[in-house]
Design a protein around this ligand. Structure first.
Ligand code: FVH
Length: 293
């Protein structure tokens, strides 16, 4: 008998999660603050709950996916008694500290807490491209529910620290945002000359792919070995080239707000004597000293 699951929060992601559970044959109870959003899922066999408490008590496994962890806290604080003895999987985006705080709150009330980070957009849920990061003190509970959670996406357990899933999630999303912002700026620059984005897209895709393929493992090697000297592209040469970018943006009438901060970091790296090092050195320079704001 497939495990019954409750899903709290039926935004774009919560709806995709509940749909995947229904598709995999799990009895699903759904609740959303704006009740109308339950309609399409109910039409596909989900049970609508009138209250959060009714939703929670319908299943041993409760998944929550709201906008923020503040919302999760205010929604679940009055329902601790109903949650006691159940497993709560929180797939809301948040910080490691928020996850640890929720885990402590849950542990003190007999609730098994698992934090998660979804590495997918809603359309990728229940496809082989999606995975979800999980962490929490009770790995056994995770293993018990893993077969059910695999209906959503592949599962990656990242450790017993409840904050680990959020740490991995935010780190991966940081890489994504950096890349996305580069793409945003590239389209702005090429577009300023009237080149259609569609025409430029294949070049950009190939270039970004080739660069990240080499850079990601190469930088990891340098960071873990502490060997930052490079025969690829030195900080000195990058420092010398960056003004060309900033000037070209200004001359094209586009903002340099995404890229200007790089100048300060490159200047600092060269001033500190790292001109011959590769870009991996910048990672070490991002670390703030204790007490530095
Ligand atoms: N969508 C995505 O691509 C990303 C992929 C990676 C993971 N994120 C995170 O998932 C969380 C939910 O995102 P979402 O895309 O489902 O967001 P919305 O469609 O805007 O739905 C938000 C739901 O949260 C409910 N809600 C918000 N605040 C409260 C509250 N205080 N009490 C109860 N429910 C609340 C909201 O309810 P309603 O507005 O419909 O009444 C929606 O159900 C998020 O952490 C992403 O970062 C998604």
């Amino acid at each position: 008998m497939p495990t019954p699951v409750t899903v709290l929060g039926l935004g774009l992601m919560g709806t995709a999660l509940a749909s995947a559970l229904l598709k995999a044959g799990h009895p699903a109870t759904v609740w959303n603050r704006t009740a109308a959003k339950t309609g399409p899922l109910v039409a596909r066999g989900a049970a609508p709950a009138g209250t959060v408490r009714d939703a929670i008590t319908a299943s041993p496994l409760v998944i929550v996916c709201l906008t923020t962890n503040d919302g999760v806290r205010s929604l679940l604080a009055p329902e601790a008694e109903a949650l006691a003895g159940r497993t709560l999987v929180n797939l809301t985006n948040g910080t490691p500290a928020q996850a640890r705080e929720l885990a402590d709150w849950a542990a003190a009330r007999g609730i098994t807490y698992i934090d998660g980070g979804i590495m997918a957009i809603p359309q990728m849920i229940a496809t082989p491209a999606a995975y979800i990061l999980y962490s929490g003190a009770n790995e056994t509970a995770f293993e018990t529910h893993r077969p059910t959670l695999e209906a959503l996406a592949a599962s990656k357990w990242v450790g017993k620290d409840p904050g680990a899933a959020a740490l991995y999630d935010l780190s991966l999303l940081t890489g994504m945002y950096g890349m996305v912002m580069g793409v945003v700026q590239a389209y702005a620059l090429i577009g300023s000359a009237g080149v259609p984005a569609r025409e430029f897209a294949p070049l950009l895709r190939e270039w970004v792919g080739a660069m990240t393929d080499g850079l990601v493992p190469g930088m990891a090697e340098a960071l873990d070995s502490g060997q930052h000297l490079t025969d690829v592209s030195s900080l000195g040469i990058n420092q010398a080239a960056l003004p060309n970018f900033l000037t070209a943006y200004a001359q094209a009438g586009i903002s340099d707000e995404l890229f200007r901060p790089l100048q300060g970091l490159l200047d600092r790296s060269v001033a500190a004597g790292h001109a011959a090092d590769g870009l991996s050195r910048l990672t070490t320079l991002l670390k703030k000293e204790q007490g530095q704001g």
